[in-house]
Design a protein around this ligand. Sequence first.
Ligand code: HEM
Ligand code: HEM
Length: 185
Amino acid sequence: MTISTMRSKYTALQISLHWLVFILVVVAYCAMELRGFAPRSYRPLINSLHFFCGISVLILMVSRLLVRIVYRAPPIVPKPHPAMTGLSHLAHTLIYLLFICLPLLGFISLYYRGSEWQVFGIPMPFRTEPDEDVEYSLKSWHALLANAGYFLVAIHAAGALVHHYFIKDNTLLRMMPGKDKRHSR
Ligand code: HEM
Ligand code: HEM
């Protein structure tokens, strides 16, 4: 890509995927955190919703990583301190890793539970021999990573807002829907 056509924003595909994943992550968390408020008979539906959103996050985060290899991040103007750029790269790497491992752990724990489970009626794979120890430890890791996810996303979102309202650069606008005004240098 030549400088005259350098993007000032992420691509429309990256922006759509970012905010779609955001919604799915919120729904996956809400399904688990708020399930106690719903009548017991809603439990299979709420679980299906959790599994569906989680599996979608897994697929979309892997897709995002692949898309990210093709399209580089657009430059932040004015350029942040290199230490800040380093920290943000670290945070993004951790977010990718966490939101790939977290749903995988959930999926594999259900596999080891060794009993039938479905996502909105679609049967999912499970082991014929249940292994409660493995199931329990995978579930604990799932719960631990889910808690870590809260912190990571909170720091990530706070960082984006600090850039926008205090440093007043284009970090957040690069991830917002709308027309890409390319740099014409
Ligand atoms: C974005 C992805 C996901 C997030 C944020 C997430 C979050 C959570 C949270 C917060 C809990 C409650 C943990 C606790 O008991 O303290 C939970 C439980 C659970 N999740 Fe996930 N999860 C995700 C993906 C998945 C996927 C893909 C599956 C399986 C297909 C799954 C299966 C489970 C199971 C089996 C439990 C335990 C439910 C129970 O105790 O009855 N999760 N998850
Ligand atoms: C209110 C919530 C959120 C806000 C305001 C926000 C904002 C942003 C912004 C401005 C960027 C671009 C940062 C940069 O290029 O330096 C970004 C990137 C990113 N966001 Fe978020 N985000 C939010 C929630 C989430 C959630 C829930 C996830 C979880 C999966 C997520 C995952 C990512 C990833 C992986 C990147 C790096 C993209 C890349 O360069 O490959 N974000 N976000």
